[in-house]
Design a binder for this molecule. Structure first.
Ligand code: SF4
Ligand code: SF4
Length: 70
């Protein structure tokens, strides 16, 4: 068993419905969110710690925090 494989919580954006408002960028304590090409939010998986702050702030409710195996 690879001991480096762990379950981690990460934010995922439903980019179809993201309105690129930038609210998630402002609240993320890890600076893991950016507005990509001015059209949608993009998560930096290396930086995201899955705290869920962005998901709470998103006015369009398009961010979901999920457990992933990394
Ligand atoms: S879950 Fe937390 S760390 Fe990850 S992008 Fe959202 S606010 Fe940033
Ligand atoms: S807060 Fe929601 S709608 Fe606004 S940029 Fe972030 S993901 Fe998109």
């Amino acid at each position: 068993m690879d001991t480096k494989t762990k379950k981690r919580r990460k934010a995922f954006v439903d980019t179809n419905d993201c309105v690129a408002c930038g609210c998630c960028v402002k609240v993320c304590p890890k600076h893991a969110m950016e507005i990509w090409k001015g059209v949608m939010a993009k998560v930096d998986m290396e930086r995201c710690v899955g705290c869920g702050k962005c998901a709470k702030e998103c006015p369009a409710s398009v961010i979901e925090v999920k457990e992933v195996l990394l």
